[in-house]
Ligand binder design. Structure first.
Ligand SMILES: NC(=O)c1ccc[n+]([C@@H]2O[C@H](COP(=O)([O-])OP(=O)(O)OC[C@H]3O[C@@H](n4cnc5c(N)ncnc54)[C@H](OP(=O)(O)O)[C@@H]3O)[C@@H](O)[C@H]2O)c1
Length: 272
């Protein structure tokens, strides 16, 4: 598995998303993914599954140093005390002494960015998270974080897939060497039944979903975290790394509609 180096952590370029997976289903899915070779698990306090993921990790024979775990603080918990409480709860549920990456899940109206990052930096300095980052931040917010606060964020996690153009954000992030973690990399599953992608896949003995994932993974600085409950899908998504796309494929993918955003901003700002 290829890794991306960012702010002192080594991020596997394909991870397992876990939104809308809970209880025993989540535990079984994470156990299956770890057995297949996944070493990057993406969760959040809001997903209500950190305890299931903690149980799966505790049960797996994977050295902690080989595993990357990201979790996120919900936007109601961005004040210093609330963030500390949320962080402690996440760590306890995950049964870990340290997470690898702690993200602000969504920007919130009235948030105090300098104070948020001061708290995040303290968690990092205390060694309780190895790195910090953000999700759903637009260019204006990233500018404040990177150019004014100068916080050492390791990524911005945003929606990105074959049906959504992210060129301006990608350009800004590339200029700042900030990795993009692509959520909804399969357009919430829609990519798997897209006829253009299926036709490309047929050429290469691959599925439409694999084509969608490889398109992302062929881009510098991009990590993808598809959610898959079934072992067959998890394996197939891992195998996407072996698919080769040619110029004709890229042209066909470029011709897909690129305005399909499936996750609406929950709070203020925001997409430019
Ligand atoms: N930071 C944020 O605000 C944010 C927002 C949204 C998502 N995320 C993260 O990103 C992850 C991925 O996004 P997502 O879960 O919304 O959407 P997604 O990964 O684009 O799509 C997931 C859907 O695709 C299906 N699928 C997976 N592999 C497949 C395959 N090989 N063939 C056919 N279908 C396949 C899954 O099936 P099953 O239902 O059978 O599993 C599920 O229905 C989330 O789980 C979460 O960790 C973060």
């Amino acid at each position: 598995m290829e890794h991306l180096q960012t702010q002192g952590i080594s991020l596997p370029r394909l991870g397992l998303g876990t939104f809308r997976m809970q209880g025993d289903v989540c535990r079984a899915a994470v156990e299956s993914a770890l057995a297949l070779g996944y070493r990057h698990i993406d969760t959040a306090e809001m997903y209500g599954n950190e305890d299931s993921i903690g149980a799966a990790i505790a049960n797996a024979r994977v050295a902690r140093k080989d595993l990357h775990v990201t979790t996120k603080v919900w936007n109601e918990n961005l004040a210093p005390d609330a963030m500390r409480r949320a962080f402690d709860t996440s760590l306890k549920k995950l049964r870990l002494d340290q997470v690898d990456l702690y993200l602000v899940h969504w920007p919130a109206p009235g948030m105090n960015l300098p104070s948020m990052f001061e708290t995040l930096m303290k968690l990092k300095q205390e060694g309780r998270t190895r790195a910090i980052g953000v999700a759903n931040f637009n260019i204006a917010l990233l500018k404040t974080v990177l150019e004014e606060i100068k916080a050492p964020i390791a990524c911005n996690q945003v929606e990105y897939h074959v049906m959504l153009d992210q060129t301006p954000l990608r350009k800004y992030m590339a200029a700042k060497s900030l990795p993009l973690v692509a959520y909804c990399p399969l357009a919430q599953g829609r990519a798997a039944s897209n006829e253009t992608l299926a036709a490309i896949g047929r050429k290469h003995g691959a599925t439409a979903a694999q084509v969608a994932l490889k398109w992302l993974l062929d881009q510098d600085g991009v990590v993808a975290i598809p959610k898959a409950t079934r072992s067959e899908s998890q394996k197939s998504n891992l195998d996407a790394l072996n698919v080769g796309l040619d110029d004709e494929d890229l042209k066909a993918i470029a011709g897909l509609p690129k305005d399909q955003r499936f996750v609406k901003p929950r709070f203020s700002p925001v997409w430019d």
